[in-house]
Ligand binder design. Structure first.
Ligand code: SF4
Length: 304
């Protein structure tokens, strides 16, 4: 059910159109965002926080319909409006996972203006590039946002010892599951919604990502404020606002994950071609719609 407040009685869709038009016409939009709180309200108060690790709530059809309603309204809205809505609706039970990709850095720059206390974490698998780890400090310095490192229980040394060597070489799906997906499941306990930096044009898996949707794998509302953005949009914003970014992007790495599973791309290759190159794997599993059982333990060693 869509409610219109007396504070700003503009029909929801018209309001978002108005914001978008005004937004697009501004040469310098930096200072103009906070007054633009949505005039509408879709009640999502019956979406509970994640009750425990792996305990997943199942929304009713009516709840899913309301999420879709919000997503439709916000489809054309600027990322700032989407995030303003997310904060007003879910904060402080709102979290964000970032790998410090360019999209994540853009979102952090917006959160810094809207609500820097939103909890943000990085899945630190133990295999990240040092440039990625250093970016955390540069973000903290510029925006005052201290991104928390969320780590698996086992260190890289313990994990490799227990498995007879690096699991990324033999079974990257299992490695991602154990060092990313399980860690995220643990980290989102107590939260109602999470923000992600995925874009629809990044891969076929992401092509239908809504602005706001239900993430049944993690039992959370998922907000994708940059879903409509292109790579160009992201980099225009980064350069215009001097947002810190990973220096590896200037060395041929358009998409950066763990160092063993990331290579620079060649001219003309897809921006994600350097991730798990040669394995057929394209996603770590965080953004796939359905949960998957943990892949079986490795039996033979192969090459990535
Ligand atoms: S990206 Fe590679 S190293 Fe990182 S968790 Fe996945 S398989 Fe393991």
């Amino acid at each position: 059910m869509l409610h219109t407040t007396t504070r700003r009685p503009i029909p929801a869709v018209e309001m978002v159109d108005k914001i978008t038009d005004e937004w697009r016409s501004k040469e310098n939009h930096l200072a103009e965002i906070d007054p633009w709180r949505p005039a509408w309200r879709v009640d999502l108060s019956d979406f509970p926080p994640v009750a425990g690790e792996g305990v997943v709530f199942s929304p009713t059809e009516d709840q899913l319909r309301r999420l879709q309603e919000v997503s439709t309204i916000l489809e054309e809205a600027p990322a700032e409006v989407i995030l303003r809505w997310a904060i007003d609706t879910f904060f402080p039970k709102l979290t964000m996972a970032t790998a410090f990709g360019p999209e994540g850095c853009v979102i952090l720059s917006i959160l810094a203006r809207l609500e820097p206390r939103v909890h943000v974490f990085n899945l630190d698998t133990g295999y990240q590039f040092k440039e990625t780890l250093e970016l955390r400090d540069r973000i903290a310095e510029k925006y005052g946002i201290e991104v928390e490192f969320a780590r698996p229980e086992l260190s890289v040394e313990e994990y490799e010892r227990q498995n007879g060597g690096p699991v990324y070489k033999t079974n990257p799906d299992r490695c991602c599951y154990e060092r990313k997906v399980l860690v995220l499941k643990r980290k989102v306990v107590g939260y109602r919604a999470w923000i992600s930096g995925i874009r629809r044009d990044q891969s076929p898996h992401r092509a239908n990502a809504p602005i706001v949707g239900w993430d049944k794998k993690f039992g959370l509302v998922k907000i994708n404020p940059l879903a409509r953005w292109t790579k160009n949009d992201v980099w225009k914003r980064i350069l215009a606002e001097e947002i810190p970014y990973n220096p590896l992007h200037d060395q041929g790495y358009p998409s950066i994950g763990c160092w063993p599973c990331t290579r620079p791309v060649l001219f003309g290759e897809d921006e994600r071609a350097g991730r798990w190159s040669g394995t057929g794997k394209t996603e770590c599993g965080l953004h796939l719609a359905d949960d998957q059982p943990p892949p079986p333990p490795p039996t033979t060693y192969g090459n990535l």
